[in-house]
Design a protein around this ligand. Structure first.
Ligand code: F0G
Length: 459
């Protein structure tokens, strides 16, 4: 696979420290085998997340200087909502400090004890906010998503037959919200098709259930649609985005991903007359700050407004998705399994295939993540049973549908040579995989979102 050249050049660099392997082995032990406990400066290639780790452009940095810090009615706020309305076609745009802040502000408006929320797949914080609102979260992704080696074009899709069945079983009045996550992060950054969005929206309308789009990686989803969806091949990215969003009622967005900033988020409401807007403003004022800044500084609002447009640039997206395809091509050559075809923001390596002898409750995804740090100073994370955690009702370890180790690639940060190091490290570990006999046990964990803080030890 050919590497798509960068549609930018480097104007400023960040130097990185190089540790020896012995030093890394010591550091990860001190970090209780949880990569979230490492210091960033002890990491060579940081693929923990593509969230907030992106490189802003000179245009965005210039915007930072122009940011208007007025407490109420800042000009940067108006610039942001104009961009939001222009791109998404929604009447009301609310800035918040990041994605989960949007979830915290919006979800309690729809969800309470006894209610359910159904999604193609919830991201972990999104699931947590459903539960914090007192409701229960149910994933309803298509079957092909569960088999990493099946190459299907839209593995992010909702299983619409199962969705309708679930609504009937639970009772439509008990389903407070349907959430479409685009791209579907937990399934491997997999896209959702336009037809699937439409079908889900029709089901929601039929049963009078609001449809929220979890839009963290909406631009990558739109690029995949341009490549793969017959309906979209002659549309611009902006037209595709506007059509996808036309099927939703609201959206929550972590702008730390496709909007290429280091902090920020948005809530959108399509209908400017919705009584929900007053509640959003009230919740926002309590939790985030006055509704014209939503927990962000004026300079953040300005960078976000500019990033919204840079993120939907087709040349940028071709390079961006091209980086994933280049890495995936190297893994194909080496016979390393991953969620395929490769997703939009990273490569989700099938750790269960790497370590078939390590059971889910010894966390194969975490085993591979620790090995990658030791091998090459690469920081990745488990997207599997370690991340999924325990059943909120019984406290028992849940068995994830996948055991992935996620290589989430920050935007405009790493070069072709860095990507080669990622592939070489995986190949080296594959050669000694059978020597790694056991996984990890948890020695301490907090009650919610445990993977961020838990301590582990090798068994
Ligand atoms: N929704 C999705 C699909 C996400 O991937 C994330 C964050 C959020 C919501 C929450 O947004 O972090 O701004 O509060 N995902 C990051 C990740 C953290 O690494 O995948 P946030």
């Amino acid at each position: 696979v050919k590497y798509i050249p960068e549609p930018f050049r480097i104007k400023m660099v960040e130097r990185i420290k190089m540790l020896t392997q012995e030093e890394r082995i010591e550091k990860i032990k001190e970090a209780k085998y949880n990569l979230f406990n490492l210091r960033g400066e002890d990491v060579y290639i940081d693929l923990l997340t593509d969230s907030g780790t992106n490189a802003m452009s000179d245009g965005q940095w210039a915007g930072v200087m122009r940011g208007d810090e007025a407490y109420a009615g800042s000009s940067s706020y108006f610039k942001l909502i104009d961009a939001g309305k222009d791109i998404f076609g929604y009447d009301y745009i609310q800035p918040v400090h990041q994605g989960r802040a949007g979830e915290k502000v919006l979800f309690p408006i729809f969800l309470s004890k006894g209610k359910f929320a159904i999604s193609n797949m919830f991201f972990d914080t999104t699931r947590a906010h459903v539960e914090l609102a007192g409701a229960r979260a149910i994933d309803c992704v298509v079957e092909e998503a569960k088999n990493p080696s099946v190459r299907a074009p839209f593995k992010g899709n909702m299983d619409v037959v199962k969705l309708e069945k679930l609504i009937n079983e639970l009772g439509a009045e008990n389903v407070g919200l349907v959430v479409m996550t685009i791209t579907n992060n937990s399934a491997g950054g997999q896209p959702v098709s336009m037809a699937n969005m439409r079908e889900v929206s029709e089901i929601c309308k039929k049963y009078h259930i609001p449809l929220n789009i979890d839009a963290a990686r909406y631009a990558e989803n739109a690029f995949f649609l341009k490549q793969r969806d017959e309906e979209c091949k002659n549309m611009t990215i902006k037209e595709i985005v506007s059509k996808i969003f036309s099927y939703g009622d609201t959206f929550t967005m972590s702008a730390k991903k496709d909007t290429i900033v280091n902090i920020g988020g948005l809530i959108g409401v399509k209908d400017g007359n919705s009584p929900m807007i007053l509640k959003i403003k009230a919740n926002c004022i309590s939790y985030e700050g006055f509704f014209t800044y939503g927990g962000l500084s004026g300079r953040d609002l300005e960078a976000l407004a500019i990033g919204l447009y840079e993120g939907i640039d087709e040349n940028f997206l071709r390079y961006r998705i091209g980086q994933m395809e280049y890495l995936a091509g190297k893994l194909d050559e080496a016979g390393i399994a991953y969620q395929s075809p490769v997703g939009g923001h990273g490569v989700f390596v099938d750790a269960a295939a790497f370590f078939p002898h390590i059971p889910y409750y010894e966390f194969p995804g975490q085993v591979l993540a620790v090995e990658l740090y030791k091998e090459a100073g690469i920081r990745t994370c488990d997207i599997g049973s370690f991340m999924l955690g325990n059943d909120p009702d019984t406290g028992e370890q849940l068995h994830s549908q996948f055991e992935f180790t996620r290589f989430a690639i920050p935007r405009r940060v790493y070069t072709q040579a860095h990507i080669d190091i990622m592939a070489d490290a995986l190949i080296a570990i594959k050669q000694r995989a059978s020597e790694i006999k056991r996984g990890y046990r948890i020695t301490w964990e907090p009650p919610i979102l445990r993977h961020f803080q838990a301590s582990l030890e090798p068994i």
